[in-house]
Every structure is written in structure tokens, then in C-alpha cells.
Design a protein around this ligand. Structure first.
Ligand SMILES: [Zn+2]
Length: 430
């Protein structure tokens, strides 16, 4: 059965969300907001320290028997869900006197760890300051951040878990020619991907979240790869008996700071907590109907473009270029690097900017051997930042240089806008 989000929840979001919250969120900024939370609803304590000694806060709300643990940003360059949690705090605060939230705070104990990896967030890097991917540290627990998360789980014997991340900006919802704005997963607890009572419950929660997210960003919701990873926290939580759902903030075209997705995640979690408090979850159908993630989204697709590799003609092909956020430390700003997703046939791909590029040429520079005579044997590396020049083959002959993925101006500004079609125009028409 489909679940519907009451309009009151989206109104509540509109009235509660933090308007000037930066995308690159550091712990100082986060804690500035947390310090303002009312202690009548939220209690805060230090749950431990990061590798570099930053205190990591645990925030509690409610006194119910059922414990729900929500943690975000174990990967420092994945801020969207921490931003969504801040919005969620505002929503809970503003609606704390409603019967629904009264019931949530009475039935559930909510435990939040926003920004588990503050050292990584400071640098806008995935890994902890010790160089570890803490999402592969759930078993051996070498990092203080992983020990902290495990110890909070154990102390409260968390019944439910929300494992909050950002995924790469290059996933589509299956072969639907729709981007993956949010992907969900009820992780496996063993190689066989069996479904026991714990994972079955997690699937029903994912089903609920999937229905809500579908309503907020239609047809752009997918399922994350369900391969079992023994060392990962989601899979381990499920194994330890915490009914866990992974939520990955993906990408919605033209919304590079993911405000649409941040809102959908905050509202969906709020609505799901109301249902959890009533112990009212749907069956697995909505989750099972979600298409799996495919790496079929690009920021730019140049169709029918003349390709050169080190100046040597390589025929007419499609080029798919994806983007990845990176940090400029001097300006304390995020910029986006461009990588090669596909060269050849991009017919299964969807993009923000779909460009009829017959009057353009792309020359990939792959002279990394130092041996010019071997130049023709070097091919552009897929899934890596590109070195290339995009040239207008018309009168102007202008060139856009992209080096190590960094473009000297935005490709969408360089390419004549009347050649850009598809998803972008559909979005703008809405
Ligand atoms: Zn992550």
C-alpha cells in the first residue's frame, strides 16, 4: 500500500529548515546550530573523540522503550544528511506539542550522532584523519570513530538504525533514464542475503521511506547495491540485531548542493518516525519495486561528437562526463571536477545537460608515458578525472580546457545553450 506524506509535514519543513546552512559543513558550524537546540527536548552529551581529538556529540530526544539510532557523515565529504538532520531537529522542535510528535517522544528514544567523522568533514574528505574508511572498520574497530558508534549502539541496544550517506553524483534509477536522487538499502547480514526477522523489519522501514521519497521526488528513488560487506556498519548493525536502513543522498539535476534531496530525506525520516512510534510499517512491496542503482547518470552528455585521442581521430562517439565535488581550501568553497563516465554509446544514460555536439570536437590528452611515439596507444582512463580540450569546430574555434578534471569555465557556459536539451529542459519546464 502506498504511504502518503501529509502536506502539514512539507509545510513544517518549509517553516523549520535552516536557510543559510552551507553545503560544506564543518563541526564548528554544526555545533553552533546544535548549541541553540532547546534542552527541554534535546539532551546533548559527548560520546567520545575523533582521531584528532574533536568531541563527537550524541543528541537524545524522547524517553520511549524503542531505541532509534541515526548517524551521519562517517564519510567527511558527505554532508547532505547531516544538513537534513539539522532540519529534522527544527521540525521536531517546532511540532513538539503536536500529538504525533508527543507520541514519538513517548514511544521512542531517538539517538542522533550527526557528523561521526568531523576530521574528514574539516577537510571535505571521505576518510578519517587516520586515513581509514570507517565504513570498513565496523569489525576490527581500529578507529576511535568506529569504536564510538559501536559503543553507542551497544549501550542502548539500538532497535532501529538509520545509516546516512551521500553517494556519487553518477547513479541512475536502473535503466529508467531517471537520476537516482535517493537510494535505499536494508543491508544484508550474510553472504546469502537471507531475510530474518531483523532484516525483514528493516526492509519494511525501507519500504516506507521509499514510498515517501517517491512522492517527494517521483521516479528518482533506487535501491543501493545489496552485496554483503562484512566490515561495513550497515551490514554489521543488521547482524548485531539493529534493524538498519541505509539512506544515500544521490543527485537531482541542476541541484548541486542537493537541497531537494536534503528536504526529501528530512521529511521522509520525520514521517517514518511518526509511523515507527505507532509501530505501523507497510509490507516490502514498495522497497522491492525500486530499481537498483546503475552508474548511468552524467552531468554532461555530448552526443555525436568528433573524438580525438592525443590529436589522432577516434571517430564520432558519445561522451559522458560525471561530476564530483572537491574542496578549495583557500576559498573554503566546493567546486566540481569532471570525470569520464563513458565514451562510445551513451543511450542508456541520463544527464543534466544533454548536448547535441556534432559541431564540437573532444581531444583527450593521454601523454602520460612521456613517449610521444606511443601516444596513440594511450586511451582516456574511465572513471577518472579527464584531461581534454573541447573545441567548437565552427567559426569561433574556441577551446575549453579541462585538466585533471578541472575545467577553466563551466562546460554549460562554454557550449551554446541552444544545443542543450533533454533532462535540463524538462526540469526547467516544470
Ligand atoms: Zn558514505
Amino acid at each position: 500500500m502506498n504511504q502518503f506524506i501529509p502536506n502539514a509535514y512539507t509545510d513544517l519543513y518549509r517553516d523549520s529548515f535552516l536557510r543559510n546552512l552551507p553545503y560544506w559543513l564543518t563541526q564548528d558550524t554544526l555545533y553552533g546550530y546544535l548549541d541553540k537546540l532547546p534542552d527541554t527536548i534535546f539532551s546533548q552529551e559527548n560520546a567520545g573523540y575523533s582521531f584528532e581529538g574533536r568531541p563527537v556529540r550524541l543528541i537524545r530526544a524522547g524517553t520511549g522503550k524503542t531505541t532509534v539510532l541515526l548517524w551521519s557523515q562517517m564519510h567527511g565529504d558527505e554532508p547532505t544528511t547531516t544538513r537534513a538532520l539539522l532540519d529534522l531537529f527544527g521540525m521536531i522542535d517546532r511540532s513538539s506539542r503536536t500529538p504525533e510528535v508527543g507520541k514519538v517522544l513517548q514511544s521512542l528514544t531517538l539517538l542522533f550522532i550527526p557528523m561521526l567523522n568531523p576530521d574528514g568533514a574539516e577537510r571535505f574528505k571521505r576518510r578519517t584523519a587516520s586515513g581509514t574508511d570507517m565504513n570498513r572498520d565496523a569489525v576490527v574497530l581500529r578507529t576511535p570513530e568506529a569504536r564510538l558508534l559501536k559503543s553507542v549502539r551497544d549501550t542502548f541496544n539500538a532497535d532501529w538504525g538509520f545509516n546516512l550517506h551521500d553517494q556519487e553524483m553518477r547513479h541512475a534509477a536502473g535503466v529508467t533514464l531517471r537520476p537516482s536522487a535517493i537510494s535505499l538499502l536494508a543491508p544484508a547480514f550474510n553472504e546469502e542475503k537471507e531475510i530474518n526477522e531483523i532484516r525483514g523489519d528493516a526492509i519494511r522501514l525501507a519500504s516506507l521511506l521509499g514510498s515517501y521519497a517517491q512522492e517527494l521526488i517521483p521516479d528518482c528513488i533506487s535501491r543501493y547495491d545489496d552485496t554483503y560487506e562484512h566490515r561495513a556498519f550497515g551490514d554489521s548493525m543488521q547482524r548485531w540485531g539493529t534493524r538498519t536502513v541505509l539512506i544515500e543522498a544521490g543527485y537531482f539535476p541542476l541541484d548541486r548542493t542537493k537541497e531537494t534531496i536534503r528536504k526529501a530525506i528530512a521529511v521522509s525520516i520525520y514521517a517514518a518516525l511518526v509511523k515507527l512510534a505507532k509501530n505501523n510499517l507497510p509490507d516490502a512491496a514498495a522497497y522491492e519495486a525500486l530499481p537498483f542503482n546503475r552508474r548511468y547518470f552524467c552531468e554532461y552528455i555530448l552526443r555525436n561528437v568528433s573524438i580525438f585521442i592525443n590529436g589522432i581521430p577516434a571517430g564520432v562517439q558519445d561522451v559522458g562526463l560525471y561530476i564530483t565535488p572537491a574542496a578549495d581550501f583557500e576559498k573554503h568553497e566546493i567546486y566540481y571536477t569532471v570525470g569520464l563516465a563513458e565514451l562510445g554509446d551513451c543511450s542508456t544514460f541520463v544527464s543534466s545537460y544533454d548536448i547535441d555536439a556534432a559541431e564540437y570536437e573532444v581531444n583527450f590528452l593521454c601523454l602520460n608515458s612521456g613517449d610521444a611515439s606511443a601516444a596513440r596507444w594511450w586511451l582516456p582512463p574511465a572513471d577518472e578525472p579527464v584531461d581534454c580540450d573541447i573545441r567548437s569546430s565552427g567559426k569561433s574555434g574556441r577551446v575549453l580546457r579541462i585538466r585533471k578534471g578541472v575545467a577553466e569555465s563551466l562546460p554549460e557556459e562554454f557550449i551554446e545553450m541552444n544545443r542543450i536539451t533533454a533532462f535540463r529542459d524538462k526540469m526547467l519546464a516544470q
